[in-house]
Each structure stands twice: as structure tokens, then as C-alpha cells.
Design a protein around this ligand. Sequence first.
Ligand code: 5GP
Length: 362
Amino acid sequence: MEWCDSMPKVELHAHLNGSIRDSTLLELARELGEKGVLVFSDFEHVILKSDRSLVEVFKLFDLIHMVTTDHTTITRITREVIEDFASENVVYLELRTTPKKNKSIGMTKRSYMEAVVEGLKSISSVDVAFMPHDVDARSSLNSLPVDNARNVTPRKRIYVRLLLSIDRRETTEDAMETVKLALELKDVGVVGIDLSGNPIVGEWTTFLPALQFAKENGLDITLHCGEVPNPKEIQAMLDFWPQRVGHACFFQGEDWENLKRLNIPVEICFTSNLRTNSISSIDVHHFADLYKANHPLVICTDDSGVFSTSVSKEYSLAASAFGLGKKEIFQLARDAIEFIFAEDEVKTILKQMFDSFVTNLA
Ligand code: 5GP
């Protein structure tokens, strides 16, 4: 675990509101409890429950959104989530979130995203590079996650890019609004679109026009795919040929063949899959087969707050469950650089950061 913590890492599947700290969530709920908006003890019980079905997870998200969805809180949790990933030596983070509207507090999808960007700008404890072409090789190498000879902990640097999520409850128009917003926000580090939300809700054809439009306009796409058994949707998603897919728990023979033929990288979220019973135990996880087949994979957290995990813990889990040594784990983490949505200059810098980590260990 210590090794996994110390090595640089890339996180490509993290939902903002799912990565919220427990302590922050409870603090916010307590405040609303005192104002009589909710019953704190009921809320606390749901938050602290450890095993939940996928359906229960989505009920929990509705509850989380009740306490987080105002501009100030969105700014705060963005800051905290990035600080938390940086503290475990994540050097590149693609953070995804669903832009939300709430007329009663004057929130639009745009103002929601402005609050997220405000969070990015407000971080002072680590160096955050989130604007396109904000690539500073020297300062990145100075901020490697290793102690230097004088045992002074270097200042950490994290590259952050944003993905805007379309929630499966949304209409075609809502989805299109999100994609147009993403295009307008490219200058502040938005690089792609995610499709997420309760997988038993909504139809693929509802989101397809917006996703097609996003693709045509140069945004990269990642889809939550195969979280429940839905062969027709899985096939349609693979036919769309997204840049990455998340989960892939309920793929069958032909789906695996198509995934491998198209070489689509898979975002693997062990703890999330296990806690939601999408996978019965880690030794039957599809990671093993894909890894053996040399298929592109990236290990991620999904919702580090909701599932009480971290990127380091997920790598540790892979190491112990599949007998991977330091060399294999490091290579897996480094290979993830190829699947990021940021520009090539960032990839080059990240590779230098990973390679310098090894050199400094020698
Ligand atoms: P947010 O987009 O509000 O920042 O993050 C929470 C949202 O991400 C949830 O409401 C849900 O739409 C989506 N989400 C988080 N975890 C999962 C997951 O495991 N599967 C799917 N399909 N969606 C998820």
C-alpha cells in the first residue's frame, strides 16, 4: 500500500459528488439538520451504511445532492477533492461532474460549472494546472512525489481536466445543453463528456444526438457501459466507438470481442463494482482476463467518498488480488497516460514525471 501511495498515479474515473469527504458531507448535513431542512440522524444512518446495491447508491446520490448543490459548496468540495487526490500523489485527474440547474437558488448549468472552476482556482496547498497548455515541465519535475535528499517534502503538482456528465434522467435537450456548455468551457480545461446516472433509467437513443454532436466537435467521450445486463445498449455503445468505457461488468462473448477489436480502454473500479454487487468477488473480476490480453486498462476509484476508497487502495487491491509486483503496478499506472483526454504536451510531461520517479528511487 505504501508503494502504491508513493508512486505517481493517473485518475480518469472520479465523480465530483461521489468523491466528497465523509466529514464534509456530515458537516453539511448537520447544518441543514439544525435549520430543520432534514433529519440529521436519518441522513447519518444512510451515509455511514457500508454496503449498498446500485439502486441504493443512486438514492444516496439524491441525498448527497440535497446537501451539496449550491455554488459555495460545489466550490468547496471541488477544492477538497483535488487536494485529496493530490495528497495521494495523483498527478493527473480527470474529474467528472453533472452540471445542475436549480431555479430556486439561481443555479444554471453554467453557474454550476463556474463554481467548479472557482474551486480549481482557489487551491493554494498544491499546484493545480488545469488550463490547456498550462504545461510547465520544470516545475512538474520539481514536484515529484518523493522526498529529496534534505528530506524536504516537495510541493505537489496536479494536472486536472474536467468531463461534463450527462445524467441518464436528462432529456435530449438537456444533454445537448451540457455538450454546448462543454464546448464553451474548453478554455478552462473541459476535455470531454461522460454518460452516467442510474443505468436502469433512460434510453441510449435519447443521448445519442448530443454525444454524436460532442464527438463531431472534438470532445472525447467516455460512457458508463454494461453496469447492468443490457445487451442491446452495450452493443449500441460499442458501435458508437467511445474513447473509453467505464465498468463493463455485464459484457458477454461478442461484447468482449468488439471491445478488444476496437481497443477501447476500460476504466476499472474494483471497490465500486464489489460494493454494488456488480461483481461477486474480485477473483472473478474481468480485469484478470483483460490484463492477460494486454487490453488497455486504467484503475480508478469511481466515488472515493461513497465507497471509502482511494486510487492507492485500488492499486493495492489489484496487486494483492492478481499477484502483481511493483514493476507491473507501476507499468499499469504509467500506461494510463495513453488514455487521458488532455493534449499531447501533458502526456509528455506525465511520462517524464513517472520516469523521474523511478530514476529517483534508483
Ligand atoms: P456528480 O455528477 O453529481 O458530481 O456526481 C455524482 C453523480 O455521478 C451521480 O448522481 C450519478 O449520476 C453519477 N455516478 C456516480 N457513480 C456512478 C456509478 O457508479 N455509475 C453511474 N452510472 N453513475 C454514477
